[in-house]
Design a protein around this ligand. Structure first.
Ligand code: NAD
Length: 245
């Protein structure tokens, strides 16, 4: 398969699992990272050893110039993009709205919502020119339901859902699909700050009785990017073990 995908925030966690998944399907993979060059190189080496092809693409998606440069570099090094996965994200420790500082609010909005907008604004013209493509944004179940003591994160991730639905309507007539994945609790570095008690409670409240894995989210993202979901656009798929139904 001769196709290219750009994945933001791909050096670890869900993004790295998505990179491995697309590489296994034979796609050329743009691995964006912000600071973790070493980890991104290790991932690229792993994919190359399995016969896959990657481009390492530095860039902070919360900076509009860097997001635009990142998309340009991806297209130069990989060729026209067939898919884009807006995965980069940050979360705060759980805290009250009244304890959330301006800097924390801006940090979460800057990466989780602005970063998606900046990346899409740079990438969408190429998709429109080619009249095809699949875009997957990464929200969270908290963007659907609101998470207690997660005001900034929930607001940013709810914004991603609104953006996804609006863009799906805007670019559907150009043959481009835009869908959103809203994972439940997934075992990645993002949840490292949860103590044992919090993890046990999450398991207990989840009908499937466990946290999800990055690979399970990668499979759901690949489904939304591939022809298997050719008639699906503007939708939110939430692999969350039944925690939110
Ligand atoms: P993670 O912290 O392991 O990965 C996040 C990645 O985003 C990292 O590689 C990080 O370097 C990158 N990143 C952060 N800021 C960036 C920036 N400004 N520019 C470019 N890259 C940046 O966590 P993860 O769980 O793999 O998260 C991936 C996505 O999934 C995030 O959008 C997150 O909000 C979402 N998500 C995670 C969970 C979960 O439980 N882990 C649940 C729902 C949604």
């Amino acid at each position: 398969m001769d196709r290219a995908v750009l994945i933001t925030g791909a050096s670890r966690g869900i993004g790295a699992a998505v990179a491995r998944r697309f590489a296994r399907e034979g796609w050329r993979v743009g691995v964006n990272y912000r600071t973790s060059r070493g980890r991104a190189e290790a991932l690229a080496a792993e994919i190359a050893a399995a016969g896959g092809q990657t481009a390492l693409l530095p860039g902070d998606v919360s900076d509009p110039a860097q997001a635009a440069a990142l998309v340009r570099a991806a297209e130069e090094q990989l060729g026209p993009l067939d898919a884009l996965v807006c995965n980069a994200g940050v979360a705060l420790p759980q805290q009250l709205l009244t304890d959330t500082t301006d800097e924390q609010w801006r940090q979460v909005m800057g990466v989780d919502l602005d970063g998606v907008f900046y990346t899409l604004r740079a990438a969408v013209p190429g998709f429109v020119r080619r009249q095809r493509g699949a875009i997957v944004t990464v929200s969270s179940m908290w963007g659907v339901t609101g998470g207690s003591c997660e005001v900034a994160y929930s607001a940013a991730k709810a914004g991603v859902i609104g953006l996804t639905k609006a863009l799906a309507k805007e670019v559907g007539p150009s043959g481009i699909r835009v869908n959103c994945i809203a994972p439940g609790a997934i075992a990645t570095r993002m949840n490292d700050n949860l103590d044992e008690e919090a993890v046990a409670l999450l398991r207990e409240e989840t009908p499937l009785g466990r946290m999800g894995t990055p690979e399970e989210i990668a499979k759901a993202i690949a489904f939304l990017a591939l022809e298997d979901s050719a008639f699906t656009t503007g939708q939110v798929l939430s692999p969350n073990g039944g925690l939110v139904i």
